[in-house]
Unconditional design. Structure first.
Length: 113
């Protein structure tokens, strides 16, 4: 029953949010012609590693700069990235992982692998 709820809610969430997310994804792509997604490995149930999808709010390759934490004035955050972070839009793309079965709407947050 929980999985069915995850599928229904994540599907409808993506459909309802798509008029907002698609233009933002296009803007992220147009700023540097790199993928609008930040895909990061996470540890799921039973230690299974999966690739979590987030909307990219930083310059491409920001994770390779060696800086671990981010502040509001981090130079790696793009102009559209400030908008994405302010409205937490990077979190909504994780509904894709819920739809795929990597995550659940209710449960612990996946650990960084």
């Amino acid at each position: 029953m929980k999985r069915l709820l995850d599928i229904i809610c994540s599907f409808f969430g993506l459909v309802v949010l798509s008029p907002l997310l698609i233009p933002v994804m296009i803007l992220v792509f147009l700023q540097d012609f790199h993928s609008p997604f930040y895909i990061t490995p996470r540890v799921g149930k039973d230690g299974r590693i999966f690739r979590m999808v987030k909307l990219r709010s930083m310059v491409a390759g920001a994770d390779k700069t060696g800086v671990d934490s981010t502040s509001a004035d981090d130079f790696r955050i793009t102009g559209i990235g400030h908008f994405i972070r302010k409205f937490k839009l990077d979190e909504f793309t994780q509904l894709w992982n819920v739809l795929k079965g990597d995550m659940s709407l209710v449960g612990p947050r996946p650990n960084v692998s």
